[in-house]
Design a protein around this ligand. Structure first.
Ligand code: PBG
Length: 325
């Protein structure tokens, strides 16, 4: 049927009609809010390059969890800022480490909140790389043992999901094996399966104080020029036992999200990263865009590309917008 018999505008006449035919929606229950946990007491320290986001001390987590749950956000992902770093990143699996304390506090104060932990060493190594070094190179096989130890220590504190973000080969299988040996066979792995060596992580590295002290992350994170390789990475992680597949960053990699959606039946997670957030906030502050509308449109684009779940610093703002409607 062609014009004038068929008129697409019929289904756009008013908001009720448009809502009726909407193909994609953002729901608060599929947003994950990142939390940066810092040492000290009574700390809510704003992060300059990420307006609206703060580093929180452990005692602030009860209040934060209550705010999130009231907004319908049921999941957080935790990043730690330890007071001490060393070459092996041993703080990542310390019994009383910053993340271990944060998990226990959240599971005690807000048991219904899903606690996802980022499993990586870069916040805990003094050189800032995501693994330990042998001859100044990030050593894959030594690192995955430390990562598995870290994931296990998170599970022992009550973490609901572990999310390795280091991009070492074989880490999903290693983590799965160690969790299973220790009776944590029900703890899922959300794998950062496809993580690019991206300049969009800039504000995060300030926030989490984890920029590499020499070199870059290109020997383990993926080259932005590659998309077929994303399928290989994801295939490996599925075979190693991943329960979720993540693509990161999100907006500059919507094609990758769509590819994974077409190839795999696991839940797809997109990480809308710090730089993607900061750019919208900066343009909004300048008065150049309507930040709230651009936020909504951006998150919709990530859903439309095929993501089920979005990790975003906008989670609270988006949930508030949904509630006002
Ligand atoms: C740790 C990690 C990073 C991010 C999430 N986990 C930094 C990096 O790989 O350099 C970035 C998140 C963001 O930019 O919002 N490996």
């Amino acid at each position: 049927m062609d014009f004038p018999d068929y008129r697409p505008r019929r289904l756009r006449v008013n908001q009720a009609m448009r809502s009726l035919v909407q193909e994609h929606q953002i729901v608060a229950s599929q947003l994950i809010y990142p939390l940066f946990i810092t040492e000290g007491k009574n700390i809510r320290q704003p992060i300059p390059s990420m307006p609206g986001v703060s580093r929180l001390s452990v005692d602030q987590l009860k209040r934060e969890a209550e705010e999130l749950l009231a907004l319908g956000i049921n999941s957080v992902i935790l990043f730690g800022l330890p007071d001490k770093k060393d070459p092996m990143g041993s703080g990542a699996h310390a019994k009383n480490g910053i993340i271990q304390r944060a998990i226990r506090e959240l599971k005690k104060r807000a048991p219904s909140l899903l606690v996802i932990t980022d499993v990586c060493l870069c916040e805990y190594t003094d050189h800032g790389h995501c693994g330990c070094l042998i001859n100044n190179q990030v050593d894959n096989d030594a690192t995955i043992e430390i990562l598995a130890k870290t994931a296990l220590s998170h599970a022992q504190c009550g973490a609901d999901i572990v999310a390795p973000s280091d991009m070492m080969d074989g880490r999903v299988a290693e983590i799965r094996a160690v969790l299973d040996e220790n009776n944590f066979e029900m703890v899922p792995i959300m794998s950062y399966a496809v993580k690019y060596a991206s300049a969009f992580y800039g504000p995060f590295r300030d926030a989490a104080d984890c920029a590499p002290q020499f070199g870059d992350r290109k020997s383990y994170q993926m080259d932005p020029a590659n998309s077929r390789e994303a399928l290989r990475e994801a295939t490996l992680d599925v075979s190693e036992g991943a329960d979720f597949l993540m693509v990161k960053p999100a907006v500059a990699y919507l094609d990758i999200i769509t590819k994974l959606r077409e190839e795999f039946d696991l839940p797809i997670v997109a990480y809308h990263v710090s730089g993607e957030y900061a750019m919208i906030k900066a343009a909004e502050e300048k008065g150049w865009i309507d930040g709230s509308k651009v936020m909504h449109e951006t998150l919709l684009s990530i859903k439309r590309a095929g993501a089920d779940i979005i990790i975003t610093y906008f989670a609270k703002e988006m949930a508030k917008l949904l509630m006002n409607k």
